[in-house]
Design a protein around this ligand. Structure first.
Ligand code: GLN
Length: 514
């Protein structure tokens, strides 16, 4: 037996109805049954998980209980675990073995969590459907024709399909919140700086966050509590004290002021999703919350600013994958041969241009020959051509473009200014309300293949999640209900910097009410 939530399992452990070892074995069995069709896990750590479970059981026998003893956790494969591969869903890192433990993982392990395996994701966290993984797409366990969302789709699917109590995801622009919404689970993107990023493979460093995904707000709160807080290894981690998130949950929203930003309920929002959120809002109102209409006027610039700034940061972060220091390396013999063949072709064309007296063409061919790439440059190019998927390449090109000297002011700098405006919008409304309630996604989960050839449609899917990432504020998604077709839909709660407690309190109450 696996138990639905960590809290249930923890209680069962305390009553000696189960053991950590038996929890691990039950989950492994479930994964073996389900993973072939869902593709949520890329790798299992059976021995590691069982050994750690036995160790925790022996400690329990001596009365040593830890806050997360018995939590069986999936870990998105962008987080480093010493001695294990960290693929980031990319061919580039297919066989790259990590030398360090991410701080978040270290803290969770110390707290008693057991890592059962690494979960699938969009390559380097870039995507909204998990179709950009080199290791194949993840299927939504609630409807296998549909995507689980992305980029933490493997984590969301693993939790929704009960292959783990909970999982860690990362959220740069919605990658925890959107898949949580599509899979009907709880997902928390903490404030930027709340959880150390040490050991997280970088996508966009000024946006990246690590957060928990689970079946209950309480589980998510306990996981956050264990991994949050200052870390000397990450200068951007904050020294803000970590409150006892879980024990403070009391189910009350009496007197809490919740804002509904009108820009999030405008055109493009699915009618069923809108109706469902309205129901949740009236329940909260009846329970004593005060509902206020508010406005965040710069919302519509969010997507553009997000995709300029994150691609810029990604183009810089991903420059390190050159085939020399990390991961995949193209075969140098092939590169040498390619360059040689190009040289021969150029020389031949040059000779015929000269023979036919075409001076202009001869000149440009001579120039091409003089500036032909070196073997080293060729090796970099071939490595990156082979190692990265299409979406990652698209973003590196976009990011390089927006940072190039002629366009820096027009794109990158302007997007930075928009980021400030969006942050100011939030600061202003949070003077009047305690949290915002918005849709998490415009529609329920879409079908596999639906948007994969249309990057813009895929980007637009992130319209409700990227703004919080631009502002660095926390966002919690909890299930809001199901459509007539049986697909889950989430609602998003946004709050002040470092006020995760408020979101957890409202999210917990909302789940109890519906
Ligand atoms: N879908 C967004 C993107 O592709 C968000 C991804 C994320 O949060 N890692 O950038």
């Amino acid at each position: 037996m696996t138990y639905a939530t960590f809290s249930d399992a923890h209680r069962a452990l305390q009553n000696d109805e189960t053991s950590c070892e038996s929890l691990v074995s039950s989950f492994l069995e479930r994964i073996r049954e389900r993973n072939d069709s869902i593709n949520a896990f890329l790798e299992l750590d059976e021995d590691g998980a069982l050994n750690h479970a036995r160790y925790l059981d022996s400690q329990r026998a001596r009365g040593h209980e830890r806050p997360l003893t018995g939590l069986i956790l999936g870990v998105k494969d962008v987080l480093c675990m010493r001695g294990r591969t960290v693929t980031c869903g990319s061919k580039m890192l297919e066989s790259f073995e990590s030398l360090i433990d991410a701080t978040a993982l270290k803290r969770l392990r110390d707290a008693g969590a057991i890592f059962i395996g690494k979960t699938n994701c969009d390559e380097f966290g870039m995507g909204s459907s998990n179709e950009n993984s080199y290791f194949g797409p993840v299927r939504n366990p609630l409807d296998q024709e549909r995507v689980p969302g992305g980029s933490s789709g493997g984590s969301a699917a693993a939790v929704a399909d009960k292959m783990a109590h909970a999982a860690l995801g990362t959220d740069t622009g919605g990658s925890i919140r959107q898949p949580a919404s599509y899979c009907g689970i709880v997902g928390l993107k903490p404030t930027y700086g709340r959880v150390s990023r040490y050991g997280l493979v970088a996508y966009a460093s000024s946006f990246d966050t690590i957060g928990p995904m689970g079946h209950s707000v309480e589980d998510v709160a306990r996981i956050l509590e264990a991994m949050a807080g200052k870390d000397e290894q990450d200068a951007t981690s904050a020294s803000v004290p970590v409150p006892g998130y879980a024990d403070a949950l009391n189910g009350s929203v009496e007197g809490v002021r919740i804002g509904l930003p009108k820009e999030y309920y405008a055109e493009g929002l699915d009618d069923e999703v809108r109706a469902m959120l309205e129901e949740r809002v009236s329940e909260l109102k009846e329970a004593g919350a005060e509902i206020v209409d508010v406005s965040l006027p710069h919302t519509s610039y969010g997507i553009a600013a997000y995709y300029i700034l994150t691609t810029a940061e990604a183009s810089s972060n991903l420059a390190r994958y050159d085939g020399v220091r990390y991961g995949h390396r193209a075969d140098v013999k092939h590169t040498r041969k390619r360059i040689q063949q190009e040289r021969e072709a150029l020389t031949e064309s040059l000779q015929s241009a000269r023979a036919s007296g075409n001076k202009e063409r001869a000149q440009s061919l001579q120039q091409a020959l003089d500036t032909q790439e070196s073997l080293l440059d060729g090796l970099y190019a071939d490595t990156r051509t082979e190692g990265f998927g299409d979406e990652v390449k698209r973003r590196i090109m976009l990011g390089t473009y927006v940072l190039s000297s002629g366009y820096y002011d027009a794109y990158y700098e302007k997007a930075q200014r928009v980021r400030t405006l969006i942050r100011n919008d939030f600061d202003q409304v949070f003077e009047h309300v305690d949290a915002l309630l918005t849709p998490a996604t415009p529609t329920p989960a879409f079908k596999l293949g639906d948007k994969v050839d249309d990057p813009l449609a895929m980007y637009l899917n992130d319209v409700y999640t990227v703004t919080a990432s631009l502002a660095g504020i926390p966002g919690l998604v909890v299930p809001a209900g199901e459509t007539s077709g049986g697909l889950p839909v989430g609602m998003q709660l946004l709050g002040r910097h470092f006020d995760e407690s408020m979101l957890l309190q409202i999210g917990n109450a909302a789940m109890n009410l519906s």
